[in-house]
Structure formats: C-alpha cells, structure tokens
Design a protein around this ligand. Sequence first.
Ligand SMILES: *[C@@H]1O[C@H](CO)[C@@H](O)[C@H](O)[C@H]1NC(C)=O
Ligand SMILES: *[C@@H]1O[C@H](CO)[C@@H](O)[C@H](O)[C@H]1NC(C)=O
Ligand SMILES: *[C@@H]1O[C@H](CO)[C@@H](O)[C@H](O)[C@H]1NC(C)=O
Length: 399
Amino acid sequence: MRYLYGNLTFIVISVVFFTVYFTRFLDERTSSSSGADPGKQRKRILDQHDFPTSNKGSEAGQEIRTKERKDIFFLKTHKCGSSTVQNILMRYGLNEGLDFVLPERGNYLGSPTFFIPTMIGKSIRTPNRVYNIFTHHNRFNHTSTMKVMSRNSVYVTILRKPAELYESLYNYYNFEKRYHMNLTTFLENYSTVERFKRGGSKFGYNQMCFDLGLNEKQFDSNGKIKQWIHEIDRTFDLVLMTEYMEESLILLADLMKWPLKRVVFLKLNERKSTNKLALSAAQRKIVRKLNKCDTKLHDYFFKKFKQRIRSFGVERMNTKLREFIRLNDEFSRECDVKVAESKLSTVRYQTTNTLDSECVHAVSSELVFTSLLRNIQRQRVTKLRSLKNLMKNTNDKAA
Ligand SMILES: *[C@@H]1O[C@H](CO)[C@@H](O)[C@H](O)[C@H]1NC(C)=O
Ligand SMILES: *[C@@H]1O[C@H](CO)[C@@H](O)[C@H](O)[C@H]1NC(C)=O
Ligand SMILES: *[C@@H]1O[C@H](CO)[C@@H](O)[C@H](O)[C@H]1NC(C)=O
C-alpha cells in the first residue's frame, strides 16, 4: 500500500513537472516565432500567472508581487491625448536609463506603412535589438513589435470619443482644405461629398482603427471589425480613455506597480476651447456613422474601462483620484507653468523652474524630448557595442 502511494505521488509530481516544463517550452517557442495570428501568440500580462500562488505571503512571493514593471509598449493614437502618456513614459525611461524604440530622425516609425524593426534608427539600436519602451507614433504590427519588445512587456493604448476625435482631426490636419468646406458644411453634405481618400496621408476616417493596424478595406465589414476588436482585446493589457485621463493613469500605475507620483503630468498640446466646434447630437450621430469602426472600438473598450474601475474598486478609485489630483496640483505649482506661445491652434507652456529637470521635461515638446533621448541612447549603445566587439575579438593583444 505504502509502495503504491509512493509511486502515485511520484507519478503526480512527474506529470506536474512535465506539464510545467512543456508549457514553458511551448511558450518560448511561440514567443520567438512570427506566425500569422499574433493575437493568439501573446497572452496579456493580466492573464499570465506570473505570481507564484503556492508561496503566497512568503518573502519571495511578496517580492515578485511588488516588483515594478519597466517594459511597456504604448500605441500612440493620434489626437487622443496620447502625448500626455508619452511624456510620462519618456520621463520615466530617461530617469531609469532605459532603451527606447526610436527613429533616426523625427518622431514616426512608419505610418501609413506598418511598423517593422528596420525603422529603428541604425545608430540607436541596442546590441540585442530589444527595447524597454515603445511610445512613438507607428502603425501597429503585432508581429513586429514582439520582435523588439521583451515578452513581459505591458501593452497599452488610449482611445477617445469618435466624434470629438474626428472634430479634432478635421481641425488639426486641416481637412477643410481637402474637402473645400468646413466641418459644419461637410456634415450637411457628407453623402454627396466624395469620400476622403487617405492616399499617402496618415489621416482620415476611423483613425484609431487605422493606427491600431486594421486594414482599411475592412472598415465596412461588421464581422471583421468584431473579430479584430477581440484580437486587440487579447493583445492589450489596458486601454485608457482620453476623457478620463486621471483615472486612466491611476490604472496604468497600478498595472505597472508604480507609485502614483511617477505618472504626474502637466497638460500639454491642448487646443484653445475657442477653436473647438461643439457638435450637436445630430452631428455627432453622423460622425459616428462615418467612423463606424472607431465607434465600435470605442464603445467596446469604454464598457471595459468601466468594468476595470469596478474591479479596481470605486471607493479605492475615489481615494486615489483625490491623491492624484493633489500630486498633479503640487507638480504644476512646483513647475510654475506659464503659456509660452500659441501657434497652430496649440498652446505651448513653459516652466519658470528651469532648475527642476522633471519640470523642464514635462513641458518639452515631443520633438525636443525625443532628440534628447536619442542623443543619450546613441552614446549608451555606442559604448555597449564597443564592449561587445571587444569581447567578441579573440585576439587578446591590443594593437
Ligand atoms: C508586419 O511585421 C512582420 C514582421 O516584421 C513583417 O514580416 C510584415 O510584413 C509586417 N506586415 C505589414 C503589413 O507590413
Ligand atoms: C462654415 O462654412 C459655411 C459656408 O461657407 C459658413 O456659413 C459657416 O459660418 C461656417 N461655419 C463655421 C463654424 O465656421
Ligand atoms: C451642401 O448641400 C446643400 C443642400 O443640401 C447645397 O445647397 C450646398 O450647395 C452644398 N454645399 C456644398 C459645399 O456642397
């Protein structure tokens, strides 16, 4: 009898070990392959059992539970307040000396073409070609991002109400010139106006679906849109909402296991309200119809966002929100933000506290901040590459 139990225990243990190892083995394989359905390849961080439940409460378990995450892919959608999130990530990565996915010049990695790793600037590539933070404009290609991000990366993006987004796009990218009419007139005549062709341009209808990588040919297919939204849902760990920036950042800090102070922000790139056209209910309805994919995408993730707050705890969110508002107020007082200039219907700010680098970076424009990161990264990777070459060379005599 004892012999039988001993044997059974042995078999059970073996099966458990085998299953664990085999699953890991499969995971490793799928993460390094580049198959056809990326949505299925990557498990969301939240779905991964990365906390050992068996040693709950023990020192080791506690340590893993509270360990800060540092790798993040943030899909920067256009006109969704994504610059605010990007600025937070750039400040964080700069302070921690992390590696960014960056182009050699400017602030775009592709778009309208899909992102591929060769778009990363040659002079700023890391020796292992893997990066901690991806937060610059690109058109989402999951297979490609998996090649440049570690498999523990958190995937995040941000969405905005489609009506406000389209109004903002129309204004900012001057669709008035393309359509030869303002938005009001356009919405009265949209059925007779030739459909705006995106062509070589990055901007147009269903901007969020476009940025997130859906093929434009599928913008009218309900079935495909639905399937694709589920794929996005499987891929992204968190989808933020522009209209609820504070709540979004609280959820982001929670997901990253970061202190709230790390996500403080100053409002940048915001348009003067006099330049905004307030849409009527009827106009909003037309815009939503014209942007069917964006509307479905937003509706789906808006519902999820509310669920997310519910599972976070509404009371807890209230408390965190108070704390966060206080931190942001404190930050803007520290930085003593002033309006520097207004151009292109955008307000720019400056800080009088030029000795506080956090303030200086928080008011920096995307292009200026990106150049700074690029220069720092270029120096770092040059140094790292030279060490790699030194050790690769089997000749131990210095010339
Ligand atoms: C997406 O990325 C993969 C891997 O880099 C590449 O082979 C593929 O061509 C890309 N897709 C598009 C549509 O650009
Ligand atoms: C839009 O254009 C029409 C016709 O040119 C004009 O009557 C209207 O005042 C304009 N609306 C706005 C908000 O500028
Ligand atoms: C818009 O439509 C109205 C009538 O529906 C028409 O009178 C007007 O000329 C149109 N405007 C443009 C710019 O097409």
